[in-house]
Design a protein around this ligand. Structure first.
Ligand SMILES: [Fe+2]
Length: 345
């Protein structure tokens, strides 16, 4: 496995790059905007293709690199379903997983630091965001933080992992890089409490100053969505209401870009073709399934996904590949549901 722990000294943030092997798909956790050039360079050097950029929660101390990485690599942006961010490409829930070629992250909802904090678990390690830090825990005094919820997330979820599980947090300010669950259980001063009340009292008396970047970072991080307006301005978008009339139209092929689990969970538009976003490049190049379908039949490709992010990028890519009859459903399956569009399961 390829695993890199990258550090942003300004905010004390750790960013993690994961892939199964050189030449494979890669995933990045908690990227920092100012470091995006470095990530792109490293991806290049290691011959990796970034397909997913994930944030553990909405950060208050730095601006996320999610939007910039999406714009530069056309990767999928991922956050937990409770995020306050306006638009991400994929939202994941507790018990689901974030998958790329050869790597899977189990999603564990661990609220407390914020109400949108998630941890990601692999066989030998866990990415704890700001829920569990090395010899510390994330503050719980803003962004709907809740010390009692955090106690439950740590004691009820994270500390139930095997003792040897490596702990990789989103921040460190003292120079530590990794710990284990067993080590934190024994030596983390915040975890030497006998009850949730004692923990809540401890967290309530920290009297921390707000992060310097908070007033800038929080609003910026809530607006990571791709500007789907630009795609609409070019005439490449249809609203969910307009799309209703196109279902069953012999000149239109609906193309579902989501992953199988998303389709199973949220339903699909009847008659749609399934062509996951991860395989888009192959599918739209000459000889690819969608390319041949569109050119042989002259039918329009009408892409859709969860929120319209992946499909907007797909339209641009298809247009760039010479498929001029490609559009997408703005707002994705969410907008389709709001428009009372029929769903098959
Ligand atoms: Fe945080």
């Amino acid at each position: 496995m390829i695993f890199r722990q990258l550090f942003d000294a300004t905010s004390g943030t750790y960013t993690y790059l994961l892939a199964s092997r050189p030449g494979a798909e890669a995933l990045i956790i908690d990227p920092v905007l100012e470091r995006v050039d470095r990530y792109i360079q490293l991806l290049d050097e290691l011959d990796l293709r970034l397909v997913k950029a994930v944030d553990t929660h909405l950060h208050a101390d730095h601006i996320t690199g999610l939007g910039a990485l999406r714009d530069r690599t056309r990767c999928i942006t991922v956050m937990g379903e409770n995020t306050k961010a306006d638009v991400v490409s994929m939202r994941v829930a507790d018990g689901e997983s974030i998958d790329i070629e050869g790597v899977g992250l189990g999603v564990v909802y661990t609220p407390g630091h914020t109400d949108d904090s998630y941890s990601f678990v692999m066989a030998d390690r866990v990415f704890t965001g700001d829920t569990l830090l090395i010899r510390g825990t994330g503050r719980t005094d803003f962004q709907n933080g809740d010390a009692r919820a955090q106690y439950e997330s740590i004691f009820g979820r994270l500390l139930k992992l095997p003792e040897a599980t490596l702990v990789y947090p989103a921040h460190d300010y003292k120079g530590d890089t990794v710990s284990t669950i067993g080590e934190e259980r024994r030596f983390n001063p915040r975890l030497q409490v006998r009850s949730v009340d004692e923990y809540a009292e401890l967290m309530g008396n920290l009297n921390l100053a707000n992060p310097k970047m908070m007033d800038v970072a929080v609003p910026a991080n809530m607006k990571v969505g791709l500007a789907q307006d630009e795609i609409a301005r070019r005439g490449w978008a249809v609203s969910a209401e307009e799309a209703l009339a196109l279902v069953g139209d012999p000149d239109v092929v609906l193309v579902d870009l989501r992953e199988p689990r998303e389709r199973a969970k949220r339903g699909e538009i009847p008659g749609a073709l399934h062509a996951p976003y991860a395989e888009l490049a192959e599918n739209i190049r000459t000889g690819g399934m969608l390319h041949e379908l569109a050119t042989a039949t002259g039918r329009e490709l009408l892409f859709y996904c969860a929120f319209g992010e992946r499909s907007a990028m797909a339209v641009q890519a298809a247009q760039d590949a010479g498929l001029s009859k490609a559009r997408h459903i703005e707002g994705g399956i969410k907008a389709w549901k709001d428009a009372k569009g029929p769903l098959a399961s």
